[in-house]
Design a protein around this ligand. Structure first.
Ligand code: MG
Length: 267
């Protein structure tokens, strides 16, 4: 199960392959569109010794030109916010500037919002340029899957016609820890814990629009570039985050994404 990370070591961003006990540095990005770097492992696709996890700062495992998000993609979540399930995917964009990696801090925008919510989601990452892709071919364009927390200022989302402000604060896009190229979404459990307390608990088969359909649908609207992310919506149970909280989004067989929430005065 190849799992790719992006990490910072001694001030430099690097790509890596998850192995027993840590990470091996890759000699090229897994997003180059051709064969993945790891396939050339025997010819030198990796270098150096295994780097232990505690040496590494994890960055988001993709460098997207855009994060395309899907709203109301689980019926129970649409209902809890008083919405119907849309007949077509409800799309919005989160800017790449909001992304942070596993264990980085979500900064609470004190003074600008009074209701920040977690939204645990399955995200897919594009591996090659996709335009007008057929649903049956979509897997060829998906590099793999990762975990996202679509952090949302719910009060601003309700107040604004557009979702942009509510969804776009810096650090409102935790993504990671890695991209898993073998994960196949089916009926795996997706859960969110806040300070150890279970908040969201569902299964991926409850998504109204499934990942392959979403790749096809979005690719008819905009060209998807290697590294672009589609985050597939959140199940029911969304709720507040406060400074001092730790939030963990986990998907069985894929991984767990953990982030603390901090207050920065004057932010
Ligand atoms: Mg969402």
């Amino acid at each position: 199960m190849p799992r790719y990370v992006n990490f910072t070591l001694m001030g430099k961003h690097r790509w890596g392959l998850v192995v027993d006990g840590g990470v091996l540095e890759l000699t090229s990005s897994p997003y180059d569109g051709g064969p993945l770097a790891v396939e050339g492992e025997d010819e030198g696709g990796v270098r150096g010794d295994v780097l232990p996890w505690d040496l590494l700062v994890l960055d988001p495992p993709a460098r997207p030109t855009k994060v395309v998000a899907v709203g109301r993609n689980y019926a129970e979540h649409a209902a809890e916010l008083g919405n119907d399930v849309p007949a077509e995917p409800l799309l919005f964009i989160k800017p790449p500037s909001c992304l942070i990696g596993h264990d980085a801090a979500i900064v609470y925008p004190t003074g600008q919002t009074e209701l920040v919510h977690h939204e645990g989601e399955l995200a897919l990452v594009i591996g090659r340029r996709a335009r007008h892709v057929a649903e049956a071919d979509a897997d060829r364009y998906i590099l793999g899957y990762t975990v996202m927390n679509d952090v949302t200022a719910r009060d601003l989302q309700r107040k604004d016609v557009q979702f942009t402000r509510a969804k776009s604060f810096d650090t409102f896009g935790p993504l990671g820890p890695w991209v898993d190229t073998d994960f196949a979404p089916a009926d795996q459990r997706i859960r969110v814990h806040v300070n150890g307390e279970l908040r969201q608990d569902s299964t991926l088969d409850k998504m109204v629009f499934q990942p392959r359909f979403l790749v096809a649908y979005v690719s008819r609207i905009m060209t998807l570039e290697p590294g672009d992310v589609i985050t597939t919506g959140t199940p029911s149970g969304v709720g507040p985050l406060l400074p001092g909280d730790t939030v963990e989004v986990s998907i069985a067989g894929l991984g767990a994404l953990r982030n603390a929430v901090v207050a920065v005065s004057g932010s």
